[in-house]
Design a binder for this molecule. Structure first.
Ligand SMILES: *[C@@H]1O[C@H](CO)[C@@H](O)[C@H](O)[C@H]1NC(C)=O
Ligand SMILES: *[C@@H]1O[C@H](CO)[C@@H](O)[C@H](O)[C@H]1NC(C)=O
Length: 189
């Protein structure tokens, strides 16, 4: 029986300079967090564990054809009566097709931008002016996980999901190589 190992090569790209800039935009919210976890990035229920359920759909310039999935942002609303100056941290899990706001947040994330006790007030506004910047993701007890999806089918369909990618880089390409166990070669990632 021939045994094969698949070796993945990940090509990482550092976030571009302006990823670190402060951006001005607006944000709205989805009333159901599940709408976001079932979103374009395909995290499914795993998404609810990211940033404590502080999830967001980002416009295509942030989604980057999927390379932006899992990116982390600090976001705050600019109404100082209503919101804390610190805001909250969110993880991108979906594509926002509406170009009026850079982000549509889960309601939990949206309320987290508000001062204590003002969660309902911010929901009432529905859409707020925000400032945001990309920040490194932190996953304390987790390393990058490569998940082979159940939809994969030998020999010509391989679906892979990357989870818990710390820092502020993007996986922009992956190579999959077939390696015989009997002539092992060591690859550095
Ligand atoms: C800021 O928040 C307060 C309190 O909810 C609200 O009355 C006011 O209209 C908001 N300002 C803007 C510009 O949205
Ligand atoms: C937003 O999208 C609408 C419809 O697709 C388009 O007409 C409009 O020009 C877009 N606005 C911006 C600022 O890109």
């Amino acid at each position: 029986m021939a045994l094969f190992l698949c070796v993945l090569f990940l090509l990482l790209s550092s976030a571009s300079a302006c990823d670190r800039c402060l951006h001005q935009s607006k944000a709205a919210y989805f009333s159901k967090a599940s709408a976001l976890s079932a979103g374009a990035c395909g995290y499914g229920s795993l998404a609810l564990g990211l940033s404590g359920g502080h999830l967001a759909a980002g416009v295509s310039s942030l989604y980057k054809d999927g390379a932006g999935c899992g990116a982390c942002f600090q976001i705050r609303c600019k109404n100082s009566t209503l919101c804390s100056s610190e805001g909250t941290r969110i993880t991108l899990t979906d594509l926002n097709h509406n170009n009026e706001t850079d982000f549509v947040l889960s309601s939990r994330a949206f309320m987290a931008m508000a001062n204590k006790g003002m969660g309902r007030d911010i929901l009432k506004l529905g859409i707020v002016d925000v400032e945001y910047k990309r920040i490194p993701c932190e996953y304390k007890n987790q390393n990058l996980a490569v998940r082979v999806e159940e939809s994969s089918q030998k020999p010509n369909y391989l679906a892979i999901k990357l989870m818990y990618q710390g820092g502020q880089t993007e996986v922009v390409a992956m190579d999959v190589a077939q390696v015989s166990l009997f002539s092992p070669r060591v690859f550095k990632l």
